[in-house]
Design a protein around this ligand. Structure first.
Ligand code: SF4
Length: 65
């Protein structure tokens, strides 16, 4: 799995960092997402999928290949 995020459209809602804190963090100044791990392992896939689903701006794309 690889993660891509459209930083321009991230609204800093922080759902991703709540659901998958091992993978997503937020910038201190404006709350825009920081991807800590762009290629998470199997143990993190479920929470990453949930984060992508819950993101209110729908800016997290997952390549499951
Ligand atoms: S949940 Fe979406 S909008 Fe919110 S910080 Fe994460 S990527 Fe950005």
């Amino acid at each position: 799995m690889r993660i891509a995020v459209d930083l321009e459209k991230c609204i800093g809602a922080g759902q991703c960092a709540l659901v998958a804190p091992e993978v997503f963090d937020q910038r201190d100044d404006d709350g825009v997402v920081v991807v800590l791990n762009e290629a998470p392992g199997d143990d993190l896939k479920a929470s990453v999928r949930e984060a992508a689903m819950l993101c209110p701006a729908q800016v997290i794309s997952l390549d499951e290949g």
